[in-house]
Design a protein around this ligand. Structure first.
Ligand code: SF4
Ligand code: SF4
Length: 449
């Protein structure tokens, strides 16, 4: 990007005058419209204002002072999933995420520049519980008891769940059938066989509370591939929950906590099995520079970010040891947005799955279109999230697959919930690493699902 002052730049605007939005990035868009058919919200509404091109136009017009930031304009911008499918489709390399993210942060600030005051849901649930695996675990104890006694089904059947606030009703519907938690991961697990690498495992918050078994399978698969696995206890949430809702300071605190928790000088990679967390961790350097104004290149956070690898990416680079035990199953693969669009990881999970004897991987139509999960989007934008969830599950069912595979906890929650609502809970929702682990261990689906 040019350092020369651009004469077309507008006067500073309250929405964009600080906080990392670079006006030049608007100018990369040539309004060709090639992104529109890749945009989930445009596919659903057919409204140009709900397309990437339309949103870029709106953001630039507000920045230029040509239009007001009315509620109607904000609505079109809030409806964006930040899935970044438009970035994949754009031939001009428009970095849409670098526009919408800082713009939305500023859009929701108070007039004095302070972050918007969180409502009860954000204060108590999103910031008070979600970023802490321990707190989620305790919160889930009543849910586990209710599931064990089938009281959740009774509440649903008698309509009692409708007495809950709408967001809690949706959370209740998103809750998967919780597996027995199993033991805590130790701080160290040694490589099996010849040692090939030393890694550290990022365990996450929501993912560790609800999909603790996937962290165990990831650790086992890494061991199986000759990796010493460290699991630092002082690690925390990646910070995405705060960052994506405009709470920059706590996001930075979590980023710094993680940078200190992982001793990156002594490891080859920080391994992540959740696309959303991986994308956030890989972006630490940029986010720090956006929020603090410091140069990105040499910060500790940007060095940390270079070590972050999705587990499928890492195993492909390392050369995964071929699994031996067959899994006779027809499966399909859903591309999580934060894996395919944000991290450009598409072939690696498929390569790993294709190594499993007996596993038939059938293509999924619109595989790269968002399922409507998008972080907390399925709680804050329920109508569009439902439409996209239905669209995704119809495509999954059309394949006739017995299971759908994906590498992101948000997608797993969303898709299993829609499958359950359609009485198709028989279609299993799995992480690629779970299948790889089953094939290494010789255990079947029945024991794992
Ligand atoms: S974002 Fe890219 S694809 Fe979309 S209109 Fe602009 S230049 Fe074209
Ligand atoms: S990020 Fe996703 S929802 Fe938002 S404009 Fe781009 S394609 Fe559409």
């Amino acid at each position: 990007m040019s350092e020369t002052p651009n004469p077309t730049l507008p006067e500073p605007n309250p929405v964009t005058e600080s906080g990392g939005l670079q006006y030049e990035k608007f100018l990369d868009c040539v309004h060709c419209g090639l992104c529109t058919s890749a945009c989930p919200t445009y596919l659903e509404t057919g409204n140009e204002n709900d397309s990437p091109r339309g949103r870029i136009y709106l953001m630039r017009a507000v920045t230029d002072g040509r239009i007001e930031l009315t509620d109607k304009v904000s609505r079109h911008l809030d409806l964006c999933l930040d899935c970044r499918s438009c970035e994949t489709a754009c031939p001009s390399g428009v970095e849409y995420g670098r526009l919408i993210e800082p713009f939305r942060v500023k859009m929701h600030q108070q007039p004095d520049g302070q972050p918007a005051k969180p409502d009860w849901f954000h204060r108590w649930i999103m910031y008070g519980i979600f970023p802490y695996a321990n707190r989620i675990r305790w919160t889930l104890v009543p849910a586990r008891i209710m599931q064990a006694l089938k009281l959740d089904l009774l509440m649903e059947a008698t309509g009692l769940t409708k007495l809950l606030p709408q967001k809690l009703q949706r959370m209740q519907r998103l809750l998967p059938q919780l597996q027995p938690r199993g033991p805590e991961l130790p701080e160290f697990l040694p490589a099996i066989g010849e040692k090939r690498a030393t890694v550290a495992l990022f365990t996450g918050c929501v993912s560790d509370a609800m999909f603790h078994h996937v962290n165990w399978t990831t650790a086992r698969v890494l061991q199986q591939n000759g990796c010493d696995v460290h699991i630092p206890k002082s690690q925390g949430c990646c910070g995405a929950i705060h960052y994506h809702s405009g709470q920059g300071d706590p996001a930075m605190q979590l980023a710094n906590q993680n940078e200190q928790a992982f001793n990156i000088d002594n490891i080859d990679a920080v391994i992540v099995n959740v696309a959303g967390c991986g994308s956030m961790l890989k972006d630490y350097g940029h986010i720090a520079s956006e929020l603090t104004g410091q140069a990105e290149s040499n910060s500790k956070l940007s060095v940390f970010a270079t070590k972050v690898k999705d587990v499928s990416e890492f195993l492909s680079d390392l050369g995964a040891i071929a699994p031996q035990h067959p899994i006779e199953m027809k499966a399909t693969y859903h591309d999580a947005c934060h894996l395919c669009h944000a991290q450009q990881i598409r072939t690696q999970p498929r390569q790993l799955l294709n190594m499993i004897p007996g596993l038939e991987l059938t293509p999924l139509a619109e595989s790269e279109i968002c399922c409507g999960a998008a972080g907390s989007y399925n709680l804050t934008e329920p109508e569009m999230a439902d439409r996209l969830g239905d669209r995704k599950v119809e495509n999954i069912l059309a394949t006739g697959a017995e299971s759908v595979i994906m590498g992101n906890v948000g997608c797993s929650l969303q898709i299993q919930s829609v499958l359950k609502s359609k009485d198709r809970a028989d279609v299993k929702v799995l992480h690629p690493i779970e299948l790889l682990d089953m094939s290494y261990q010789g255990t079947g689906l029945a024991e794992k699902s």
